[in-house]
Design a protein around this ligand. Structure first.
Ligand SMILES: [Zn+2]
Length: 96
């Protein structure tokens, strides 16, 4: 399953509910999931990490669907040829 297929399955599964909730509340849920991922990373909770990475991506895809953003396309447009600043793979920019 590629990113476009993932976005489509989230669209089919949740778009009606996401539309009723709206962009700002969906954004709030996404941010909450990022917070939960942050806690799982901080505590190195293996089960939590797996669950929260999946949830963060699902909510990001929901948000992209509401805003009509094709995540695969925008990702490839920006990062498909390597670092958008230096153009290299791997990145050779000075900052860490
Ligand atoms: Zn770079």
């Amino acid at each position: 399953m590629d990113l476009r297929e993932m976005q489509e399955i989230i669209m089919k599964t949740y778009f009606a509910k996401d539309s009723r909730r709206g962009v700002l509340l969906t954004l709030a849920w996404f941010v909450e999931e990022v917070g939960e991922l942050s806690k799982a990373v901080r505590t190195r909770d293996e089960g939590g990490l797996r669950e929260e990475f999946a949830d963060v991506l699902a909510w990001l895809l929901s948000l992209a669907n509401l805003l009509k953003i094709d995540l695969e396309k925008v990702f490839i447009d920006k990062y498909g040829k390597g670092c958008p600043k230096c153009g290299a793979i791997p990145c050779v920019c000075a900052e860490v």
